[in-house]
Ligand binder design. Structure first.
Ligand code: ZN
Length: 367
């Protein structure tokens, strides 16, 4: 076992005051609350034991005579220096005031489904929300009207109970929340009947919401103060709306662009025409130039989704699929054969898949 004087870093003829000062300095450095390491904890024990022995005149005398005294033997060394504890940890031991019944309410999250057509320009919804609201009977006071909370008899209104606990450092005052008032310092003798003394009740209410244009699945809209009311008239939490955009049968979305496929008959693709397409926000005419190919993309500027941030809209982009006619009449078949005879068609030709139609479509749409 290390020498107690060495442990405390004092000379063998140190005065009781020097020993006390050395101990205070080391305990400040090594106390587990300050220095949670295992090594510090071991040193703290040694330092404390050394101080136990050397601060007691009789034990110090025995130690000096060669008897190291019983380590951990008996409690006589453990009492009597609560003052040291206070020196170090007075701040932590300060009793706090009673806690407030008023607390901020919880945030609420509601999922809202909107159609792709509603997203283009934004939309309005009246959302039904089931949350806690302030009790109208007591206005959040928790007490029957005309009554008020009374000071707790047990803790005298402090909200906490002080208790002396024996520890390695001597008698230590600890404080714990008062069990009678649960730390509030007051007791509600006549709770409001409507809310059972909670100051709030559950209720369904309607929250009008403007859903901005351009929202997408996963976007969360925050509505400050529209969440749950807090206990005892505490402030409201926030309401969050999590958006889910429903899938559409025809249109899909890539950022602010709307995408669709346009089937064009073979003859229209050859000769060209003007096609009318039903966009989500009304009809649009697109020009089909003679010789249109499958896989080409026709872009209609500014007919996509309004941008969530910034101004303007994305584009409407339709990928062309040229449709080969089936089930020809005899006359139609003759006409096609005449056409084939008049124009020598090139033989079918392979090209790299990655540069072919499917890859081009993907790149054009998403690139
Ligand atoms: Zn009430």
């Amino acid at each position: 076992m290390a020498d107690h004087y060495e442990v405390l870093g004092v000379s063998r003829d140190a005065t009781p005051d020097e020993i006390k000062k050395a101990y205070r300095r080391l305990a400040r450095e090594l106390h587990p609350d300050v220095n949670p390491g295992a090594e510090a904890s071991e040193r703290f024990k040694s330092v404390t034991h050394a101080y136990d022995v050397l601060s007691d005149a009789k034990q110090r005398q025995q130690y000096d005579l060669g008897d190291q005294g019983g380590f951990g033997g008996g409690a006589q060394g453990f009492g009597g220096f609560g003052d040291i504890f206070e020196t170090f940890f007075g701040g932590a031991q300060q009793t706090r005031g009673p806690r407030s019944r008023r607390e901020r309410g919880q945030d609420a999250l509601i999922r809202v489904e909107v159609g792709l057509d509603e997203v283009i320009f934004g939309t309005h919804r009246d959302i039904e929300v089931d949350t806690a609201v302030v009790c109208q009977t007591c206005n959040g006071s928790c007490c029957q009207p005309g009554t008020s909370p009374v000071t707790c008899d047990i803790c005298g209104g402090s909200g906490s109970i002080q208790r002396a606990v024996r520890s390695l450092l001597g008698n230590v005052m600890t404080s714990s929340p008062c069990g009678t008032c649960r730390g509030y310092g007051t007791v509600i003798a006549t709770p409001c009947v409507t809310c059972q003394g909670q100051g709030r009740v559950r209720a369904r209410r309607t929250v009008p919401v403007d859903i901005p244009a351009g929202v997408d699945t996963g976007v969360r809209l925050q509505m400050p103060g529209s969440g749950e009311s807090g206990p005892a008239g505490g402030p409201n939490g926030d309401l969050y709306l999590e958006i889910k955009v429903k899938n559409h049968d025809v249109f899909s979305r890539n950022g602010d662009d709307l995408l669709a496929t346009l089937a064009v008959s073979m003859t229209d693709a050859i000769l060209g025409t003007t096609a009318k397409i039903e966009a989500l926000d009304g009809d649009v005419e697109v020009e089909i130039k003679p010789g249109l190919q499958s896989g080409e993309i026709l872009t209609v500027k500014d007919r996509g989704v309004s941008k969530l941030r910034g101004s303007g809209r994305g584009d409407l982009r339709v990928g062309v699929q040229v449709v080969t006619p089936t089930k020809l009449s005899t006359k139609e078949r003759d006409l096609v054969q005449q056409f084939a005879a008049s124009k020598k068609a090139p033989a079918p030709e392979l090209s790299h898949f990655q540069q072919g139609l499917f890859a081009r479509l993907r790149d054009k749409f998403l690139g």
